[in-house]
Design a protein around this ligand. Structure first.
Ligand code: ASP
Length: 408
C-alpha cells in the first residue's frame, strides 16, 4: 500500500484509525481509556512544533513578500476573507437557531460553571484587543498565547526585509529552519492513525462509551443538532461555494487534500495543534504557495474561527430561549458582533470558545450560568466546530492565494 504522506494510503489508515476508535471507545470504554497515551504522544508532538512553525513560516512568508506594501495588500485580503466568512457563519447560526428554536421548552437549569470560565472571570472586548501585544514574548510562548507571537513574527519579518545586505543571510536561515520543521511534521504525520485512534477512543471511553454519548446527544439533542446543522451548512455549502467562486478550485478535491488535517482537528479539538498538518496539507497536497499559506494559516488558526463564531451565537440564543428571555433586533445585532469578536479572541485550544462566550452572554445581559447547561455536550461540539475552523482557514489560504496570483 502507498504509505507516502501525500498519497491516499496514509489517509486511509487515518480514517480506519478514526472508525476503529469510535467502535472501540463505544463498546469497550474502559479498555479505550488505556489508549490515551497514544493520543497524548501525538498531540504533544504536534504542539511541540507549533511555535517553531509559526515563527519560521510567518517570517519566511513576510520576507518573501519583499515589500511592506505587499504585506498590507495580503493582510487586507486575508482580513476581508476572515471577516466575511465569519460573518456569514454567524448569520447561518442565528438564522437556524431562530427558526428551529431549540431552547423553547427546554427547562433551564444552570449547572456548575466550568473551571476555565470561573478562572477567567470577566472577558471583555478590551481583552481581545490587548491580547495582540504581550510585554513578555517568552511568557506568551509558555502560555501558548499565539497572537502576540504572530504579531512579533510579522514585525521581525518586516524588519528583516529592511536589512540590506544581511537580509539574504536571515532569509536563508529562516527558510532552512522552516524546511526542517516541515520535515519533522512530515514524520509526525505517520503517527497520525495511531494518535487519532488514541485521542478519539480514550475520549469516548472517558464519557462512558457509546451509550453515554448517545444519552447526552438525546438530552441536548435539539441544541446540538442546531449547532451541527449550522456547521454542516457553513462547511459543506457556504465555504465550498466561496472556494469555487473565488479560487476556481474543485471543493471536493480540496476537501480530500485537507482530509488528514480535518480528521486531526476533530481528534484534537485544537486549531493550533492541527496547524502543522494544515500547513502541510495546504502547501504539499493542494499546492497553495508557502508565502500565502505561511501567513494566512497561522493567523487563521487563532483568529479565524467560523465554527466557533456560529456556535457562540447559537449557544447564546439557545440559553436565552431556555430562560424564556426574548431578544430584540438590537440584541441580535450585538450577539452577531460579539460572537464574531469572541471567536477572534478564542485561542485555538480545546473549549476556548466556552470561555469567550462570557463576552457574548454579558453583552446582552444573559445569565453566565447558562454555560453550565450546555457543558455536557461541549467536548463533542468543540470537535465539530474546530473541524470547520480549520476548513475555513484552509479555504482562506486558497482564496487569498488566488487573489494574490501566487498559486502553484
Ligand atoms: N477548540 C476550538 C479551536 O481550537 C476553539 C473553540 O473552543 O471553539 O479551534
Amino acid at each position: 500500500m502507498n504509505l507516502s504522506v501525500k498519497g491516499p494510503g496514509l489517509l486511509l489508515w487515518i480514517v480506519i484509525g478514526a472508525v476503529l476508535a469510535v467502535g472501540f471507545g463505544s463498546f469497550f470504554p474502559e479498555a479505550a481509556l488505556r489508549t490515551e497515551l497514544l493520543g497524548v504522544l501525538f498531540l504533544n508532538a504536534l504542539k511541540m512544533m507549533v511555535l517553531p512553525l509559526i515563527i519560521t513560516s510567518i517570517i519566511v512568508g513576510v520576507m518573501s513578500l519583499g515589500d511592506v506594501r505587499r504585506l498590507g495588500a495580503l493582510g487586507v485580503k486575508t482580513f476581508l476573507y476572515y471577516m466575511v466568512t465569519t460573518g456569514l457563519s454567524v448569520a447561518v447560526g442565528i438564522g437556524l437557531v431562530l427558526i428551529l428554536q431549540p431552547g423553547v421548552g427546554f427547562s433551564a437549569f444552570g449547572g456548575p460553571l466550568p473551571e476555565a470560565v470561573r478562572a477567567e472571570g470577566v472577558y471583555s472586548i478590551v481583552d481581545v484587543l490587548t491580547g495582540l501585544i504581550h510585554p513578555n514574548l517568552v511568557q506568551a510562548a509558555v502560555e501558548l498565547k499565539i497572537l502576540p507571537i504572530i504579531f512579533a513574527s510579522i514585525l521581525f519579518g518586516t524588519a528583516f526585509t529592511m536589512l540590506g545586505e544581511q537580509k539574504s543571510i536571515v532569509e536563508q536561515f529562516f527558510s532552512a529552519c522552516n524546511e526542517a520543521v516541515m520535515k519533522i511534521v512530515h514524520g509526525i504525520m505517520y503517527f497520525a492513525p495511531l494518535g487519532i485512534f488514541g485521542l478519539i477512543a480514550s475520549r469516548l471511553g472517558s464519557t462512558g462509551g457509546g451509550g453515554a454519548v448517545w444519552d447526552l446527544v438525546v438530552q441536548l439533542g435539539k441544541y446540538a443538532g442546531t449547532v451541527v446543522t449550522g456547521l454542516t451548512i457553513h462547511g459543506l455549502l457556504v465555504l465550498p461555494l466561496i472556494l469555487y467562486l473565488f479560487s476556481g478550485k474543485n471543493p471536493g478535491r480540496y476537501f480530500l487534500h485537507l482530509a488528514k488535517a480535518l480528521l486531526t482537528a476533530f481528534a484534537t479539538a485544537s486549531s493550533s495543534s492541527t496547524l502543522p498538518l494544515t500547513l502541510e496539507c495546504v502547501t504539499e497536497e493542494a499546492r497553495v504557495s508557502n508565502r500565502t499559506a505561511g501567513f494566512v494559516l497561522p493567523l487563521g488558526a487563532t483568529i479565524n474561527m467560523d465554527g466557533t463564531a456560529l456556535y457562540e451565537a447559537v449557544a447564546a440564543i439557545f440559553i436565552a430561549q431556555s430562560y424564556g428571555i426574548s431578544l430584540g433586533g438590537g440584541e441580535l445585532v450585538v450577539i452577531f458582533l460579539t460572537a464574531t469578536l469572541a471567536a477572534i479572541g478564542a485561542a485555538g485550544i480545546p473549549e476556548a470558545g466556552l470561555v469567550t462566550m462570557v463576552l457574548v452572554l454579558q453583552s446582552v445581559g444573559l445569565p453566565v450560568e447558562g454555560i453550565g447547561m450546555i457543558l455536557a455536550v461541549d467536548w463533542l461540539l468543540d470537535r465539530c466546530r474546530t473541524t470547520v475552523n480549520v476548513w475555513g482557514d484552509a479555504v482562506g489560504a486558497a482564496v487569498v492565494d488566488h487573489l494574490e496570483g501566487t498559486e502553484g
